[in-house]
Design a protein around this ligand. Structure first.
Ligand code: SF4
Length: 200
């Protein structure tokens, strides 16, 4: 799988302490996307087991409430995403899962999403059904820069926060905030919501 970045623990991408896996690659090209470097499908291939190990190590350092998948577009590597989620079933069964996707729930349910692996529409529908069953929440829909919002986890007002399980309620999602992580070797990562909407 192609990975853009990994944050081992933060509190601005869903309830509690969460690791964030940023997928590399997105063909949706929302205007003024604030992370265009995540669009190209290039980079080092990582195995699902390796990415799962990053999460395990993060959990050993500070127990996680969950993992949030972001991008890029996680659903454009949906088969690898499903394998990753399933790998936690025995390893860390208490983890919750959330996902940002530029696709709407209807597009996903219909299998109308592009995937890096060649999959039939029926296979994409089935993969989404299995991912959906394991997700606790999703933030779904394209980023529309002309519709900024300050709603929790959303960058534009058209996007939907969908609760797929009974684990969380709307009130569990904190107001938008940003976190800046500076690693010992100098890597700086900004995650969360540095501003309510971006200039059009
Ligand atoms: S779906 Fe997300 S990563 Fe892709 S272009 Fe839109 S905002 Fe950017």
């Amino acid at each position: 799988m192609l990975i853009h970045g990994f944050v081992s623990g933060n509190r601005v991408n869903g309830p509690g302490l969460r690791a964030v896996v940023f997928f590399q690659g997105c063909t949706l090209h929302c205007r003024f996307c604030w992370n265009p470097k995540s669009h190209a499908f290039i980079g080092d291939e990582r195995s699902v087991a390796e990415v799962a190990r990053w999460v395990l190590c993060a959990h050993e350092e500070s127990p996680l409430d969950g993992v949030t998948f972001s991008g890029g577009e996680p659903m454009q590597q949906a088969d690898a995403l499903l394998e990753l989620i399933e790998s936690f079933r025995d390893l860390l069964p208490s983890l919750s899962f959330g996902m940002y996707s530029g696709y709407s729930e209807q597009e996903l349910a219909d299998g109308r999403y592009w995937c890096r692996s060649e999959l039939t529409r029926r296979a994409k529908q089935e993969i989404w059904r299995l991912i959906r069953r394991r997700l606790d929440f999703g933030v779904l829909g394209r980023y529309v820069a002309s519709r900024p919002t300050s709603l929790p986890l959303r960058t534009s007002a058209n996007q939907k926060l969908v609760l797929f399980s009974e684990r969380y309620r709307e009130q569990d999602f904190e107001p938008q905030e940003a976190e800046v992580h500076i690693a010992a070797h100098g890597l700086v990562q900004v995650t969360g919501f540095p501003m309510a909407g971006l200039p059009v």
